[in-house]
Design a protein around this ligand. Structure first.
Ligand code: GLY
Length: 424
């Protein structure tokens, strides 16, 4: 099986590494890729947002399966173009990808499916903003304002704040840019990312993970696209994972089928474990980054066969997934000033180590690897438990040199120290 992966981040680098372990995968290509993925797959330039361009590439190289990493091509219908041309594709149609691309669509599906989520309201007229802010945040009731871009925003469209002015400023800037704003009630409790391979009503969950969205240690600073992750979650009983599948993911998959928007691909449920049980924070229509780097590091089952089964309607007949014992931790190395405009173009030393997954990197003609984006790379540590996986990840990241770069020091720490508990 020749697999073409579309994307250029550490998530796609992790997908390639896991696909390479599948004995049925004998060809690997990536488009557009990065400096790290070029070493393990044939790399092609492509406009990843163009269904026509991706389909032409898949046909030209004889891909048997295309795996689409990021959300933007999916929301734009790249998977539809591939399917229409008869190329098996892991990734939902444009219609089903609205579960991530439109928060109001996702809310509508959840309401119809009876799935618990935050109470919310769309504001698309600045004249209604102040009254809506009064309904949705402190004082008195809610712990914080939650202000989201209704559309895609690469993880940076969300502000959670106790400061009314900060909430108002974020909402006003979105409205000024012509983006409807979603105000939500605050969901208290630790968050879980549960990735499920889905085809129609068939749902196969992967290991639950947790990511770290704020830029600074102790969950301080602005939101980012993700600064680290770990899996599995020692504080999450299997019973709660089953509830996420049975009470959230399956009903949403069934509802999408019922309304003619059947989902095939990776349905990512971002869930808060509140005192009233699991409640949805968001859905994504693709593998999460950086959780994928940790989750796939523990997958023993052949990934290519799993994704091909979902793409060809055979997911229900797949054997149960096998996982490596232990834990995995991803730590993201970010460029100076990220999540603001990142400093780029600096030489990275140590980027070619095997535990390094590239994202914002490029290779210069002299062979050196330079930074080219905000989230530059991820390291993955695997160990018998979370403590040893953390040690391995932090030892790997300390061997990398990039001027001005930064990373969080507390990925998985609270869980390793037994400091995460569920509310009664
Ligand atoms: N881990 C957050 C995301 O992938 O959107």
């Amino acid at each position: 099986m020749h697999v073409l992966v579309v994307g250029s981040g550490a998530r796609e680098h992790a997908l390639l590494l896991a696909l390479r372990r599948d004995p049925e995968v004998d060809g690997l290509s990536i488009a557009p890729g990065n400096a790290g993925t070029a070493a393990i797959a044939d790399q092609y330039e492509v406009d990843a947002t163009s269904g026509e361009a991706v389909t032409a590439l898949a046909k030209r190289i004889g891909a048997d399966l295309v795996v689409i990493g990021p959300e933007v091509p999916l929301v734009l219908g790249v998977a539809d173009a591939l399917r229409a041309a008869g190329v098996p594709c892991f990734g939902p149609t444009k219609d089903a990808a609205r579960i991530e691309g439109s928060k109001s669509f996702a809310k509508d599906v959840m309401t119809a499916a009876g799935v618990r989520t935050a109470v919310s309201e769309i504001v698309d007229n600045p004249a209604n903003l102040d009254a809506a802010l009064d309904r949705f945040g402190p004082p008195g009731g809610q712990a914080a304002w939650v202000v989201k871009d209704d559309g895609l925003a690469a993880g940076k469209g969300v502000v959670v704040t106790t400061e009314r002015e900060a909430a108002r400023a974020h909402a006003a800037s979105l409205l000024d840019a012509g983006h409807p704003v979603l105000l939500e009630s605050f969901l208290d409790g630790p968050e879980v990312s549960l990735f499920c391979v889905v085809d129609g009503e068939t749902v196969v969950p992967l290991l639950p993970a947790q990511d770290f969205k704020r830029v600074g240690d102790g969950d301080t600073g602005p939101n980012t696209g993700g600064m680290g992750a770990y899996t599995p979650l020692p504080w999450l009983p299997d019973e709660v994972t089953r509830r996420i599948v049975d009470e959230i993911v399956k009903p949403v998959a069934v509802e999408l089928v019922r309304r003619g928007s059947s989902f095939s691909g990776l349905l990512y449920a971002g869930v808060a474990i509140t005192s009233n049980g699991p409640a949805v924070v968001e859905f994504n229509c693709r593998f999460g980054d950086p959780e994928t780097q940790a989750v796939l590091a523990l997958l023993d089952s052949p990934l290519g066969q799993l994704l091909r089964a979902a793409a060809t309607g055979e997911l229900a007949s797949q054997p149960p997934l096998q996982w490596r014992h232990g834990a995995a931790v991803t730590v993201v190395l970010a460029a100076e000033n990220y999540p603001g405009r990142p400093r780029v173009g600096d030489v990275i030393h140590g980027a070619d180590a095997p535990s390094v997954l590239h994202a914002g990197t490029a290779r210069r003609d002299d062979g050196s690897v330079v930074s080219s984006g905000g989230r530059v790379l991820s390291v993955v540590g695997v160990g018998d438990d979370l403590t040893s996986a953390r040690e391995s990840a932090y030892s790997a990241i300390s061997a990398i040199r990039l001027p001005g770069s930064h990373f969080r020091h507390d990925i998985g720490q609270a869980a390793a120290e037994g400091r995460i508990s569920l509310q009664p």
